[in-house]
Design a protein around this ligand. Structure first.
Ligand code: SF4
Length: 403
């Protein structure tokens, strides 16, 4: 074998990137023994790293090594190290998305080959390199991702992000001899390192359902839907998550309708159906039954649509996953069901094809009717399952907080 897969992939990327021509240590190799199965993904070699041909030997490397040492982790012995971009950009300029794309195969080949238990991403470029292939919507900044432990099926472990130490070195407080790294940020950085290392060294495994879309029963005929709803009324399950797909946001605007409805009774499977007139009386009975407790994501949506379109009250609301996500962590862009499904269950972007068609301009209908029925019902059902599953997770987690 003349070239390994990595060499070939990297060479293809290198051709379009070209950074290797401008530095002293081109294509800096992955280093470290990785005894604790932590893969650290940095940004790009700096001037000192490029001179010496070694990862993290400049100022930010000294800080990283020191902070790891505080928690008994030796960078070279316990971790593997790679960068999002593995050649030094001229004058240490910011790396570009094109360079990150070109160099991504080095990072992912290392992940696939050595299966780290934790991939620790330092800074935005590392996040773009790894999470960027999962979460293709608005990636946002480091503060959106830092400290989260995202289970990843392909990694077979956790993805944890934090600030790049170079960022910390730029965030100082005090002047002259009293100048030091911002204490708050340093504390956050330390907590994130501890979190990552505890996952690498502990017994916590990623959930078995990581990255797997739930099974959905798509009810194609009205008869099947009537049978399911009738059965649900008879069985009276103690808890359900339910979810509507509608023609817009506001039911009291002209020509608005509920198009489909989905249920999950266990967080593993879901059942979805198109809504027709003959289903409405049965649906009302279910919604009105306070003994069937109910979960939704942003329940004021399901509540107002039930009141206005179905002319019924919903009784038995017990959980709103959006509200609970906000209580659990009030960082920005955190509460949506799709974001939560990614960070808690490792299922990224299951909705990106559908969501643009569900957006509506003021007073206008959205394009939900253009979505093929089966696709819409699958999506609707997945939402209901994740609502149930997320509510269970949040209840366990928040109960733990207050005990
Ligand atoms: S940064 Fe990566 S893709 Fe670009 S030339 Fe260097 S090794 Fe190749």
């Amino acid at each position: 074998v003349l070239f390994s897969e990595t060499d070939l992939l990297t060479a293809t990327g290198c051709h379009s990137c070209g950074l290797w021509r401008k530095c002293l240590t081109p294509r800096m190799k992955v280093s470290g023994k990785g005894k604790k199965r932590i893969l650290i993904v940095g940004e790009a070699p700096g001037a000192t790293e490029d001179d010496v041909g070694k990862h993290f030997v400049g100022k930010s490397g000294i800080l990283l090594r020191k902070e790891l040492k505080r928690i008994q982790v030796d960078l070279e012995q316990d971790c593997r190290i790679v960068n999002a971009v593995n050649c030094r950009p001229p004058k240490n300029r910011k790396v570009t998305s094109k360079e990150i794309d070109a160099c991504r195969s080095m990072v992912w080949t290392e992940i696939r080959k050595n299966k780290p238990k934790v991939v620790l991403l330092l800074g935005k470029s590392a996040i773009e390199s790894v999470i960027g292939v999962r979460w293709k919507k608005d990636l946002g900044g480091v503060s959106r991702w830092r400290g989260l432990a995202i289970p990843d099926k392909e990694v077979g472990g956790w993805i944890v992000s934090t600030y790049h130490p170079a960022f910390l070195l730029r965030q100082t407080q005090g002047f002259g001899q009293r100048e030091k790294i911002n204490e708050g940020l340093l504390k956050i950085f330390r907590n994130d390192l501890v979190h990552a290392v505890s996952l690498a060294c502990g017994n916590k495994q990623i959930p078995p359902c990581t990255g797997i879309l739930p099974g959905i029963h798509v009810l194609k005929t009205e008869k099947e839907a009537l049978r399911y709803l009738g059965d649900l009324i008879r069985r009276r399950p103690p808890l359900i998550a339910f979810d509507y797909e509608t023609t817009g946001l506001k039911p009291y605007e002209k020509n608005q309708e509920i198009v489909s409805v989905a249920f999950s009774e266990d967080g593993r499977e879901g059942t979805a159906m198109m809504l027709s007139k003959s289903l409405i009386p049965l649906l009302r009975t279910i919604l009105n039954d306070p003994n069937i407790e109910k979960i939704a994501a942003n329940f004021k949506f399901e509540d107002v649509w039930s009141r206005v379109f179905l002319k019924t009250k919903v009784r038995g609301w017990v959980w709103d996953t959006m509200l609970a996500a906000h209580v659990e962590n009030n960082r920005e862009k955190y509460t949506s069901l799709s974001f939560q499904s990614y960070i808690q269950f490792g299922v990224p972007d299951y909705d990106s094809e559908i969501v643009p068609l569900l957006k509506s301009k003021k007073g206008k209908l959205n394009r939900v009717r253009e979505i093929p029925e089966t696709k819409l019902l699958m999506y609707n059902g997945i939402d209901a399952v994740f609502e149930f599953r997320l509510a269970q997770w949040q209840r366990r987690m928040l109960d733990g907080c207050y005990k």
